[in-house]
Write a protein that binds this ligand. Structure first.
Ligand SMILES: [Zn+2]
Ligand SMILES: [Zn+2]
Length: 350
C-alpha cells in the first residue's frame, strides 16, 4: 500500500507545483541591476534589527571563511595532488546530494528513486551540511510556493546579500514559519531514509561533512592533518555553500526570462555551470516538476545532474522521470516569456 500512497502524494505535488505561481498574483518586476551602493548598504546596516541577528551563525560563517581562504592558499602551495582530486570528488558528491537529492528528488519529487540510490543521495546530502533533507525541502517548497514574499526564506526582494547568505544569519520572518506549517510534508515523513537522517542528523553530519573528509587523506595517503582539514573539509564545504546560495541570489537577479518575465528567477549560465545544472532558474520556477530543472539536460547544456539521473535510470535505480512537453514550454514562452525563447529559435534557424 505504501507505494500507492506515495504515488498519490507525488502526482498531487506535481500538479500543485505546476500552479505554484498563479498568474493573477504576478507582480510586475522592474529591471534590476546588480550595483554596489555603499550608501544603501550603510543605511541597511543602520536600520537592521540586531536583536534578530543569529550571532552564532555569523561567528561560524566568519570562521569558515577565514579557514577557507587559508585552505585556498594551501590548495595552491602545499596540497598533494591526490588531496586536490579528493576535494573535487567531495565537491561533486556534495553538490549531487543537493541538486539530485534534496532538490530534484525530495523537494520536488520530479523523479523517484529506489532505496540504495536514496541512501547514497542522503549520504551525499549529509556531506553538504545544509540542514537535514526534511528541513532543506520544506524551506525550498516554501520558497517556490511563496517566492519573493515574506514567506520566502531567502526572499530576493530583501536584497542580494540577504537572498545569498544573509537569511541564514537572521531570524526567520514569522510568515516563513506560518506558511511552512501549511505545507504537506507527509511524503518526506513516509520515507524511512529521510526520517533516519533527520533523527540522527547532528552525529551523521559531523561524521560525513567534517570527520571523513579530514581523516581519509591523512590516513590513506599521508596528507598533513592541517591540509586535510582546511582543503577537502572547510574549503570544499564553503565553496559548495556559495554555489548553492548563488541559485537563490544570482539566479534570482541576472539572466533572461524566456518562460515568465514577471518573476525574479532567471536563466543564468554561470550558476548552471557551477551548480551542475541548477541555474536555468526561470524554467525551473515555471516547471518545477521537471527532473531536468531546465529545458535541456546533459553536460553540453551545463546540466550535469540530468546526465547522472539518466545514468541511474538506465541501471534501474531512478524511475518515473517527469518532464514538461515541448508544447507546454512553447505555449508558456509565448504567453508569458520575455521573447528570448523565440529569439533563440530564430537564431538557430538562421
Ligand atoms: Zn528560486
Ligand atoms: Zn526548486
Amino acid at each position: 500500500m505504501a507505494p500507492q500512497n506515495q504515488d498519490l502524494c507525488t502526482s498531487s505535488l506535481a500538479e500543485e507545483d505546476f500552479a505554484l505561481i498563479p498568474e493573477d498574483e504576478h507582480f510586475h518586476i522592474e529591471e534590476r541591476k546588480l550595483e554596489i551602493n555603499f550608501r544603501q548598504i550603510y543605511r541597511n546596516l543602520r536600520n537592521l534589527d540586531y536583536s534578530k541577528v543569529s550571532w552564532r551563525n555569523v561567528t561560524l560563517f566568519v570562521l569558515l571563511h577565514i579557514y577557507s581562504v587559508y585552505g585556498l592558499y594551501l590548495l595552491f602551495t602545499a596540497c598533494m595532488w591526490r588531496t586536490i582530486a579528493f576535494t573535487y570528488l567531495l565537491y561533486f558528491l556534495s553538490a549531487m546530494g543537493i541538486t539530485m537529492g534534496a532538490h530534484r528528488l525530495w523537494a520536488h519529487r520530479s523523479y523517484k528513486a529506489k532505496l540504495p540510490l536514496r541512501i547514497f543521495l542522503a549520504f551525499c546530502q549529509t556531506l553538504a551540511f545544509q540542514n537535514s533533507i526534511f528541513e532543506w525541502s520544506r524551506d525550498h517548497r516554501v520558497h517556490h510556493k511563496f517566492s519573493e514574499t515574506d514567506a520566502d526564506p531567502h526572499n530576493a526582494q530583501r536584497g542580494f546579500f540577504f537572498s545569498h547568505m544573509g537569511w541564514l544569519m537572521y531570524r526567520k520572518h514569522p510568515d516563513v514559519i506560518k506558511k511552512g506549517k501549511t505545507l504537506d510534508m507527509s511524503d518526506l515523513l513516509n520515507d524511512p531514509v529521510v526520517r533516519f537522517q533527520m533523527n540522527y542528523y547532528v552525529p551523521l553530519m559531523v561524521l560525513a561533512c567534517f570527520v571523513i573528509p579530514t581523516f581519509l587523506p591523512w590516513y590513506l595517503w599521508g596528507e598533513t592533518f592541517i591540509n586535510s582539514l582546511m582543503v577537502p573539509t572547510f574549503l570544499r564545504y564553503c565553496v559548495t555553500l556559495h554555489v548553492t546560495w548563488m541559485v537563490n541570489s544570482l539566479a534570482h537577479w541576472i539572466g533572461s526570462k524566456p518562460f515568465d518575465k514577471d518573476i525574479y528567477p532567471s536563466q543564468n549560465k554561470l550558476v548552471a555551470t557551477l551548480a551542475l545544472g541548477e541555474g536555468w532558474h526561470n524554467y525551473h520556477h515555471v516547471f518545477p516538476f521537471d527532473y531536468r530543472a531546465a529545458e535541456l539536460g546533459g553536460v553540453i547544456n551545463f546540466n550535469a545532474t540530468t546526465d547522472i539521473i539518466d545514468f541511474f535510470a538506465k541501471i534501474g535505480q531512478a524511475y518515473d522521470l517527469k518532464t514538461a512537453s515541448k508544447e507546454m514550454q512553447e505555449n508558456r514562452a509565448k504567453r508569458t516569456g520575455d521573447g528570448t525563447h523565440e529569439n533563440r529559435k530564430t537564431e538557430k534557424v538562421m
